[in-house]
Design a protein around this ligand. Structure first.
Ligand SMILES: [Zn+2]
Length: 312
């Protein structure tokens, strides 16, 4: 059965939403600020309002059959947020799909935002075996195998940011030491650059400025990105041995600001992985960009709609 579906992507600053027609084309999109300080209840209200807005653009005689929602954090198969809290008060423990379904009467599926972005990158490439690594404030990961997202137990799969790359290294908020996020996330990149310049860089320098300097040839900035790339490659090397993707896609804000980091990871991966698997794996830049979450959520909604249609 062909149907209209919606994809929503909840981010720290905004909620993106898109309505997809039966052929999968986004026919209407909207965006609202995320009321993160208002807590879970207000975020749910914003989601419900966005769905109502999308519904108004469904042509007469057609219905909105399913909604997919991408959210930061860990989310289990029942659509409940668990694990370390994201930056939304009361988000942990929220039964997201139940709450949205109750309010809208539309079936709903939810997943981790990076996992859904991985699904979008995989479908866009026509690739069934893919690892997405998103480099930003944190380092997120998503695995697609056999064309499906590997969510793992309680939705905890794909958390590549907390792979230990430096034994007994820097303490991470997760409780471990030496996580790749502590060496290649935004804060780490800034700290390493300031160390390299012997704190000559301003305390309030951001990744965009370091990227600009690296692209202009600043040696310390290039070194900071090269060091981060080597650590990310090490984490990816472990993942290759376990999930053997056909393509490793590098996305996220850091890769957008400094595209050469993708080639640097590709080169570094040569010394950090099982050579035969490495030889069979491509490393590429993300192509779907910052709409990957909303498109992946739409794909998940489409899959849900199809499953319900097949069962009835
Ligand atoms: Zn960690």
């Amino acid at each position: 059965m062909r149907a209209y579906v919606a994809g929503l992507d909840l981010g720290g600053s905004s909620l993106k939403a898109a309505l997809f027609d039966p052929s999968g084309i986004a026919v209407f999109e909207c965006r609202e600020p995320t009321p993160a300080s208002g807590g879970a209840r207000e975020v749910i209200e914003t989601i419900v309002r966005a769905i109502a807005n999308l519904s108004e653009h469904v042509p007469a005689g057609q219905t909105l059959r399913a909604v997919g929602i991408g959210t930061p954090g860990l989310i289990d198969d029942s659509g409940t947020i668990h694990g370390p809290a994201v930056n939304i008060a009361g988000w942990q423990g929220t039964s997201l799909t139940d709450a949205v379904c109750e309010r809208t009467g539309i079936v709903c599926i939810a997943g981790n935002d990076v996992n859904l972005a991985a699904l979008a990158e995989a479908q866009t490439r026509g690739c069934d075996e893919l690892l997405l690594v998103a480099l930003g404030t944190g380092i997120g990961g998503g695995v697609v195998s056999g064309g499906r997202v590997v969510t793992g137990n309680r939705g905890m799969g794909g958390e590549i940011g907390h792979v230990v790359v430096v034994p007994d290294g820097d303490a991470c908020a997760c409780g471990q030491r030496g996580c790749v996020e502590r060496y290649a996330g935004s804060a780490a990149l800034i700290a390493r650059y300031r160390e390299l310049t012997e704190r000559g860089a301003d305390a309030d320098i951001d990744v965009a400025e370091i990227a600009r300097r690296a692209l202009a040839g600043d040696a310390d900035a290039c070194t900071a990105f090269a060091n981060a790339a080597r650590m990310v490659a090490r984490a990816i090397g472990y993942a290759l041995s376990i999930v053997a993707p056909e393509v490793v896609v590098i996305g996220g804000g850091i890769a957008e600001l400094y595209p050469p980091v993708v080639a640097a990871i590709d080169v570094a991966l040569g010394g950090e992985s099982f050579p035969y698997i490495r030889a069979c794996t491509r490393v590429e830049s993300a192509t779907v960009g910052n709409r990957a979450g909303v498109i992946g959520a739409g794909i998940a909604a489409r899959d849900l709609s199809n499953r319900i249609a097949a069962d009835s």
